[in-house]
Design a protein. Structure first.
Length: 221
């Protein structure tokens, strides 16, 4: 029933706004067609409070409750492009938040595990993603530790700003794996790509500056 309402709510107007947003993101330098196609498919306004619908197709971050934000569309596209996800790859997302980034990854065929430290956000995102027909493995807990029982992962994406690269996440990366994580302080972070080569060697590279809400240790109260 809710699903029907949501689908009815994705109007021609929403689709038009979405196309414009995707064009804007492409003009800002995102060239991976699979990323752009996924963004065209996922109704971002489903992930925002109904009072803020007019902001859903602006290239801006926005509040989603519990003091957290849905990432800016360009940032979602940038991280996803850097991650280089192929269908059927096992992907871990740290920081489920609204669930929007999770939906993009699943549109691209990822087998997704996602973890969130705020219980309310975890519950809301899990329910919404399931209503939309996605079947991620949603977890409530501290993503700083990764998800050891489900490791290794082909790809790991962290959608909150870390002060350092958590060793647990590097450990849970499969050979040939990629970890995309913003690293810095409260004022800004550098997008880091950590690659684990087939022989286990770790290679790091920096990919521009962003601002995220902080990656915090432990579950929220
Ligand atoms: N990917 C989200 C972005 C949400 S903002 C989206 O598309 O909407 C980042 C999220 O990371 C917040 O919801 C925050 O609560 C969560 N977070 C921060 N530290 C965390 C941790 N250690 N483990 C799991 N989630 C964390």
């Amino acid at each position: 029933m809710i699903l029907k309402n949501m689908l009815q709510d994705d109007s021609i107007r929403h689709k038009g706004l979405r196309r414009k947003l995707v064009e804007e993101v492409a003009a800002k330098g995102i060239s991976d067609k699979r990323v752009l196609e996924a963004m065209l498919k996922v109704p971002r306004h489903f992930f925002m409070d109904s009072g803020f619908l007019s902001f859903a197709y602006k290239d801006q971050a926005f509040p989603i409750g519990s003091g957290q934000t849905i990432s800016q569309p360009f940032t979602v596209a940038f991280q996803t492009q850097l991650l280089q996800v192929s269908p059927m790859q096992k992907v871990l997302e740290v920081g489920t938040g609204s669930g929007y980034q999770a939906a993009i990854l699943m549109e691209m065929g990822a087998r997704l595990y996602t973890i969130e430290r705020h219980r309310e956000l975890f519950l809301a995102a899990k329910a919404l993603l399931e209503e939309m027909g996605y079947r991620p493995s949603c977890h409530y807990g501290d993503g700083y530790q990764g998800l050891p029982p489900y490791s290794p992962f082909d790809r790991i994406i962290v959608t909150a700003g870390a002060t350092e690269v958590p060793q647990a996440l590097v450990d849970q990366l499969a050979p040939g794996g990629r970890l995309v994580i913003p690293v810095g302080n409260d004022y800004g972070q550098t997008m880091m790509l950590i690659e684990k080569l087939d022989d286990g060697t770790i290679k790091e590279s920096a990919h521009g500056n962003f601002i995220f809400v902080p990656l915090l240790k432990g579950k929220a109260k």
